[in-house]
Design a protein around this ligand. Structure first.
Ligand code: KG4
Ligand code: ZN
Length: 345
């Protein structure tokens, strides 16, 4: 089965064609980073308008790149949620309408299920069951995964998501949006021994996270070291970025290991934008080696938002018989543990 996948939940327009026999045929991504840069974060209305401008040309480009025409497409998958309502509406309206016009089935995909399954696009995919850590700009969740659609939430953030914490800390350090890669870059020249930031909620049992206290701690450290121009000197900025990143990745690694111990599983899948973080990958492989665990990621470009993960997840659900009604579904909030297991669709 050959599926066109569309992702427009936030500030990237992603399109891909996935073939269940031949794998990923083509994919492309248009990032709106430059559109939102001067505002220091995503402006929802600008995001929607830019998706409108880019989506159809990108669909044409990807279909040409994949060497397919309309009659070669067997289904259309698009992100139905969670995300920004206006942005979701663009992808869902275009996706649902194309499927109707082409007389093929459609399926609305859960964005975080897309992230979770993205490592399946790699040559050495993880096998079920596993523990997944979903770490993006909007989510930080540990999930026990028995199969597609069989999700049990083990823990989640009670306040900010890990990616959101990276973005906010970056803003305090006057770095660009998105903040994660900027902090990671700055942290490379930081001295890890200079500051030690707290590892929130690691001293008590449980698998929930909290990152808002770390944000305040970061702000207080910046304030205590302000120089003549309002910000600390360059080396101190790098030391703070380094201490912040260490605290976040340590906290995530500690909870991942705890989740594996608690479930008795040995496989960990990390997905979502923050899973692109090199330091997190280093920490996890060290930490999991001690418990004989194995960790799987998507390639870097498929850690952040993309159309390939939506085409893949949609293909699996369409092949299992799931079908979308004619309504255009866009759900800004959508709990992942309400998704139907593949066997029941
Ligand atoms: O999955 P994603 O592209 O979009 C959402 O679904 O939210 O994740 C974006 C988040 C942003 O908060 C960004 O700062 C973070 O992922 N991120 C990173 C890195 N690359 C992206 N955080 C830490 N280190 C990175 N290398
Ligand atoms: Zn995402």
């Amino acid at each position: 089965m050959r599926v066109l996948g569309i992702e427009t939940s936030c500030d990237e327009t992603g399109v891909a064609v996935y073939d269940s026999e031949r794998g990923l045929l083509a994919h492309t991504l248009y990032s709106q980073v430059a559109v939102h840069a001067e505002y220091g974060g995503v402006v929802p209305e600008l995001a929607s308008r830019d998706h409108v401008r880019k989506l159809l040309p990108l669909i044409r480009e990807v279909m040409n790149g994949a060497g397919v025409t309309v009659k070669d497409i067997d289904g259309v998958a698009y992100t139905s949620g969670p995300g920004l309502i206006g942005a979701l509406m663009v992808g869902a309206s275009v996706g649902r309408s194309l499927a109707y016009a082409w007389q093929v089935p459609a399926v609305g995909v859960h964005h975080m299920e897309g992230h979770l399954l993205a490592p399946m696009l790699e040559d050495n995919p993880p096998a079920f069951p596993f523990v997944a850590l979903l770490v993006s700009g909007g989510h930080t969740q540990l999930i026990e995964v028995q199969g597609i659609g069989q999700y049990r939430i083990l823990g989640e953030s009670v306040d900010d998501a890990a990616g959101e914490a990276f973005d906010k800390a970056a803003k305090m350090l006057d770095l660009d949006y998105p903040g994660g890669p900027e902090i990671a870059k700055l942290a490379q020249s930081g001295d890890p021994g200079r500051f030690r930031f707290p590892r929130p909620m690691t001293d008590r049992p449980g698998l929930d996270f909290s990152f808002s206290g770390l944000k305040t701690y970061t702000l207080n450290t910046i304030s205590a070291h302000r120089g003549d121009h309002g910000l600390p000197d360059d080396q101190t900025m790098a030391d703070i970025a380094c201490a912040f990143q260490e605290a976040v990745v340590d906290t995530l690694a500690i909870k991942c290991r705890r989740a594996l111990e608690q479930t008795g599983l040995a496989t960990l899948v990390i997905a979502g934008g923050v899973s692109a973080n090199t330091r997190l990958r280093e920490k996890l492989s060290l930490s999991l080696a001690k418990v004989n665990g194995e960790v799987f990621y998507a390639r870097h470009e498929f850690c952040t938002d993309n159309g390939a993960m939506i085409a893949y997840a949609g293909c699996r659900r369409l092949m299992a018989g799931q079908r979308e009604g004619l309504a255009i579904r866009a759900l800004p909030r959508w709990a992942m543990d309400t998704l139907p297991p593949l066997a029941e669709v």
